[in-house]
Design a protein around this ligand. Structure first.
Ligand code: C2E
Ligand code: CA
Ligand code: CA
Ligand code: CA
Length: 276
């Protein structure tokens, strides 16, 4: 069971892939995109300075007609291996751009974070495709934060940095997801036009009982601020974690303590209740 109470079918795409099923699974995923079986949930981000929800992270799920609800951990890694992730990213971006444009049109100026994979950053056509999608949905790049992982930069730094730089020049803001778990050097970080560091949830979840994790969280917050970047903590599950992060000067919080990822309609209801 997930935190939102949905039953999860025990699918193991890795194992199925071993059974030479890669082609049929890739086919199933392509079909999922065409038949709109993918959905986005949105998790609020709290701005500690204002106490307001200023953004959300878009997180993909697969509503499979037979297997049921499938969380991203069970198909995104597979899609990354086969290259099918590019089509998923394209779908996610289109959906998130459309949703965000709709929110802005109705007076809700939410910033939407979108996850990119390593594979996406090696795709030289990604920036052009994003430009076309933005235009198609009447969305502005400033409304979005693109989350990339350190891992994505390590694989092929020259190409990844080129793509990231083009996305930045288009007006997108960039965030380094899972910060602290990868292998990127500070020298590399300096070469990237990033606006934000996102502290990995494993540090945040353990910091109240693990002094090393607390030190890492504090160091990343200070590092971000010293580099003129904003910093967000994910995996904020308790009142205590929230208070500690507030005291350490963290800019934004995301986690179950604030709200789980929700479908757009439920998110809107939650926002209306929270603001009231
Ligand atoms: P991530 O980008 O690090 O996303 C954060 C994950 O932590 C999400 O899991 C979110 O639901 C979960 N989470 C949120 N608050 C808490 C909390 O307080 N405690 C804990 N323990 N977890 C929390 P989710 O939605 O299952 O996504 C898992 C991963 O799948 C994501 O990790 C990301 O790597 C990938 N993913 C999700 N959506 C997309 C997408 O659209 N594109 C790509 N490329 N990857 C995606
Ligand atoms: Ca993320
Ligand atoms: Ca993360
Ligand atoms: Ca630990």
């Amino acid at each position: 069971r997930t935190r939102t109470g949905c039953a999860i079918y025990d699918v193991n795409f890795e194992a199925e892939a071993e059974n030479h099923n890669r082609l049929s699974l890739t086919g199933e995923l392509r079909q999922a995109i065409e038949e709109n079986q993918l959905v986005l949930h949105y998790q609020p981000r709290l701005d500690l300075a204002s106490g307001a929800i200023t953004g959300v992270e878009a997180l993909v799920r697969w509503q499979h007609p037979v297997r049921g609800f499938i969380p991203p951990d069970q198909f995104v890694p597979f899609a990354e291996q086969t290259g099918c992730i590019r089509e998923i990213t394209q779908w996610v971006a289109a959906r998130a751009f459309a949703q965000c444009a709709q929110w802005h049109a109705s007076g809700r100026a939410l910033q939407v974070s979108i996850n990119l994979s390593a594979r996406d950053l090696l795709d030289p056509e990604l920036p052009q495709r994003c430009a076309a999608l933005l235009a198609g949905h009447g969305a502005s790049p400033q409304w979005f934060l693109l989350e990339i992982t350190e891992r994505a930069i390590v694989d092929d730094p020259a190409r990844a940095i080129e793509t990231v730089t083009r996305l930045h020049e288009m007006g997108f803001r960039l965030s380094i997801d899972d910060f602290g778990t990868g292998y990127s050097s500070l020298a590399q970080l300096k070469r990237l036009p990033v606006a934000e560091l996102k502290i990995d949830k494993n540090f945040v979840m353990d910091m109240a009982r693990d002094a090393d994790d607390m030190t890492i969280v504090r160091s990343v917050i200070d590092l971000a601020h010293n580099m003129g970047l904003s910093v967000v903590a994910e995996g904020v599950e308790t009142d205590e974690a929230r208070r500690l992060l507030y005291d350490m000067g963290c800019d934004h919080l995301q986690g179950y303590q604030i709200c789980s990822p929700l479908p757009a309609a439920q998110l809107e209801q939650w926002l209306a209740r929270t603001a009231a």
